[in-house]
Design a binder for this molecule. Structure first.
Ligand SMILES: [Zn+2]
Length: 280
């Protein structure tokens, strides 16, 4: 599965799919493929066979979106295997809970990867060390967001180490502001799991119950029913149109969850949405 985003390359590697899982690891590479970041390579035996020798040599950083084992659990094994080929990437993660971490980024800290600019967006909630990585090619404006378990297509992560207010800040302030509105439609979203089908099912059952209530959601639902892989197919602008966790002020969303008068705070709406999703 090789996706070309013009000047950058994003290779999505399925992990744990044969055993009922739905994780993705990603190889983000420059146009000439001489430099790359390997994002969340949790399953060594599934990731390494998907990388050829020049791809392995190109890896400058292993980057984790958060410390959970199905994202960070492969760091040590990948380092050991690459070390045998004398390849020694650094490990970028939101905290030292991720094994072998060498670099912990500040919010909005920037890195360069060849001609690409990577900005680290700290989004505490799913875990306190959650980081999203926004990548931009300044020449073409092509962009990608590696959103871990914070933002999923038509959904968001569980609040394991945080609360509804933190998720509202993460999704609707930090990510949106750091990417910047002119870039929302240019930024493809690459989440940590393929959850789109389940998320669409929830949204249809609990939020946009009738067709035509949200045309963007209707299109997303159709796509998710016809495609097992949706990562990289939708943009941040799309999310603002169909993802209820990014539409906390939408009267249809509020009415569907019990706020008929639109009098709840955003945090109350976020909290109720997540609770409804948790019990589905
Ligand atoms: Zn997680």
């Amino acid at each position: 599965m090789l996706r070309q985003v013009r000047n950058m390359h994003v290779k999505a590697i399925k992990m744990r799919w044969l055993t009922g899982g739905d994780n993705y690891s990603y190889l983000l590479s420059t146009q000439d493929k001489t430099k790359s970041w390997l994002i969340d390579p949790a399953e060594v035996l599934e990731v390494l066979p998907n990388l050829d020798s020049s791809e392995r040599k190109s890896i400058q950083f292993i980057a984790n979106t958060h410390h959970h084992y199905d994202h960070a659990g492969g760091n040590t094994g990948i380092l050991a295997a690459l070390g045998k080929e004398n390849i020694k990437p650094r490990v970028l993660a939101g905290s030292h809970v991720s094994p072998a971490t060498t670099d912990v980024p500040e919010h909005q800290q920037q890195f360069t990867l060849g001609n690409l600019l990577v900005s680290c967006i700290r989004t505490p909630c799913h875990t306190q060390d959650s980081v999203c990585y926004h990548v931009k090619d300044p020449e073409t404006s092509e962009q990608a967001l590696f959103s871990g378990d914070t933002l999923f297509t038509a959904g968001c992560g569980r609040f394991f180490e945080g609360n509804a207010q933190e998720m509202d800040v993460a999704l609707n302030q930090r990510i949106l502001q750091e990417v910047g509105e002119p870039n929302w439609s240019l930024t493809r979203v690459y989440p940590g799991h393929e959850y789109t089908k389940g998320n669409a099912k929830f949204v249809r059952k609990a939020i946009y119950v009738n067709p035509n209530e949200n045309k963007h959601f209707d299109n997303l639902e159709k796509f998710s029913l016809e495609n097992d892989v949706t990562t990289g197919r939708f943009t941040l602008a799309d999310e603002t149109q169909f993802n209820p966790f990014m539409r906390l002020d939408d009267p249809i969303v509020r009415k569907a969850i019990g706020d008929a008068n639109g009098s709840w705070t955003r945090v109350q709406v976020m909290d109720k949405l997540r609770k409804l999703k948790n019990i589905m």
